[in-house]
Structures are given as C-alpha cells and as structure tokens.
Unconditional design. Structure first.
Length: 145
C-alpha cells in the first residue's frame, strides 16, 4: 500500500479484519473478560508495555487472568487508528493512539484519563485464514497505565 493511493479491495478487507481484532482485544478487557483476548493472539505472540513483556501463550494467559481477576479496575480504551500497512499476504501492521480511562467505582467520581499511548500492532494470518495479533507494543506518552 502506498500512502495517498486507495487500497485494493483485498487490502481494505485485511485492514477491516485486523482492526476488528485490535478493537476486540480492548473490548473484552474493558468488559472484564480479559482471558478472551488470548483467542485473538498467535501462539507466539508478544505483548509489550514499556519494559514489561509477556511472550507466548502461557505468559499471556497468566497476565490476562490476573487482569480479569482485578474486578476493581474498570477501564475504557479508546483508540484512533493512524496508519495501516499490508506487509505481505500473511502480515500486516497498524499504529494507533490510545486513550485509557479508568472508570470510577460506585460512589466515586467518574472516568479519569489515565494515559495517552502510542500502540504498534503486528498481525499474522494463520492457516485457518484468521488474522491474529502477533505483537502489541504500547508506549505510554503521558500518564500511567
């Protein structure tokens, strides 16, 4: 894909599929069902937040289970996709800006912007033809997670 040139129908379909995966990841986390996010990842996926890294199914499942168990932490992730590139028939990448809001609990103030971040996602298409996240790298620009 060349900047300023309309993507082909196939490139557009890849974009829609990949961005749906990226969006669904945040959605299940925000719904308190973070363990479902593991279905959206390749077996060798890597999640990176600053210097913290989870690599592979075992580490990521443990991290998502811990996040899901933290029922006091209610969040809303709002993303703005800024670029998308098809790198080949089985690979793509996207970049986005992320606003992370921490929601108040009952009786407390409402949502507070916690962090502004840059997100770089890498996707791979599996043998089943499904696109999955193979790497997510989050760089916090301001605030904290």
């Amino acid at each position: 894909m060349v900047v300023g040139v309309a993507p082909s129908p196939e490139e557009q379909a890849v974009r829609v599929a990949c961005l749906e995966v990226a969006s669904r990841f945040y959605q299940v986390v925000d719904q308190g069902r973070a363990t479902l996010a593991t279905e959206l990842l390749t077996a060798d996926a890597e999640l990176a937040l600053g210097t913290e890294r989870c690599v592979g199914t075992e580490q990521i499942v443990a991290a998502m289970a811990a996040r899901e168990a933290d029922v006091e932490r209610r969040t809303m992730h709002i993303t703005v996709p800024t670029s998308f590139r098809v790198l080949g028939p089985e690979r793509a990448e996207a970049e986005s800006q992320l606003q992370l809001y921490v929601l108040g609990t009952q009786g407390q103030d409402g949502p507070h912007l916690s962090a502004l971040s840059h997100v770089r996602d890498s996707f791979r298409r599996g043998q089943d033809r499904r696109w999955r996240l193979s790497r997510r790298e989050v760089t916090v620009i301001a605030g904290s997670r």
